[in-house]
Design a protein around this ligand. Structure first.
Ligand SMILES: O=C(O)C(=O)C[C@H](O)[C@@H](O)CO
Length: 254
């Protein structure tokens, strides 16, 4: 599930839920380096894998995330093999890439307490790139062929927008594009994941070959759960609207 609240406490609650992976998001959520660090520390020791999504495919930012100790990166908006190659270069030290060397100062290497960190760092990091535009779907085979791309992740919300179908993640053309990418990943022998908050769609994508799915978000659970409490206990206005100040209609499930 997504962890978007930028709260170590919430991240720890989710980490102990039984879910097997969490995505700490810094693309659309109010997370900076300090809050990502605090959440990594909060989930450490729980039987859960944490992925982290930086806001952008940027070499300097990726270096900072890696030095914090992020081991599973999800890079958004990767639209071509060249952009995927740039992400791979960002996670590898020279001569295989361009990652700056700061392990003596960094949590990633536990401040040089991890022997051979520099030599072994690449083995400890996974790179998943996000396919979320028509251009990326067209280039998915080339992106999957990039050495160092470990997995792809489909983003139906942005994909729908790029197809002129803003807000229509369930549109048959969007679902067909997602399934095309799932098949391409299977052919390439690499895992593919997808964002799918509608349970039936998540199950359909699993049946179509998805290896991992994002099926909810901390903020959405809190929003819908608090609305349900309000609906159960707060008197409704006579016109059927809500009596809760500031509350509005519930938008799409994404
Ligand atoms: O395009 C997508 O889908 C995603 O990348 C997920 C979104 O970022 C997230 O906001 C869910 O809508």
């Amino acid at each position: 599930m997504w962890v978007c609240s930028a709260s170590p406490l919430v991240a720890e609650i989710c980490a102990g839920s039984g879910l097997d992976w969490l995505l700490i998001d810094a693309e659309h959520s109010p997370n900076g380096l300090e809050s990502v660090l605090a959440q990594l520390q909060a989930v450490h020791g729980y039987p859960v894998q944490a992925l982290v999504r930086p806001p952008v495919n940027d070499t300097v930012l990726i270096k900072q995330y890696l030095d914090l100790g992020v081991q599973n990166l999800l890079i958004p908006m990767v639209n071509s093999a060249a952009e995927a190659e740039a992400a791979v270069a960002a996670i590898r030290y020279p001569p295989h890439g361009v990652r700056g060397v700061g392990s003596a100062l960094a949590r990633a290497a536990r401040w040089n307490r991890i022997p051979d960190y520099l030599a072994r760092a690449a083995e400890t990091i996974s790179l998943t790139v996000q396919i979320e535009s028509e251009a990326a779907v067209s280039a998915v085979e080339q992106i999957l062929a990039v050495d160092g791309v470990d997995a792809i992740f489909l983003g139906p919300s942005d994909l729908a927008a790029s197809m002129g179908l803003l807000g229509q993640q369930e549109h048959p053309k969007v679902r067909a594009a997602v399934e095309h990418c799932l098949a391409a990943a299977a052919a390439a022998g690499k895992p593919a994941g997808v964002n799918a908050f509608v349970a039936a769609t998540a199950k359909a994508y699993l049946d179509a070959g998805a290896s991992f799915v994002l099926v909810g978000a901390d903020v959405s659970l809190l929003a819908r759960g608090s609305e349900a409490l309000a609906a159960a206990f707060v008197p409704q206005a006579p016109d059927g609207g809500t009596a809760v100040p500031g509350a509005g209609p519930t938008p799409s499930s994404y």
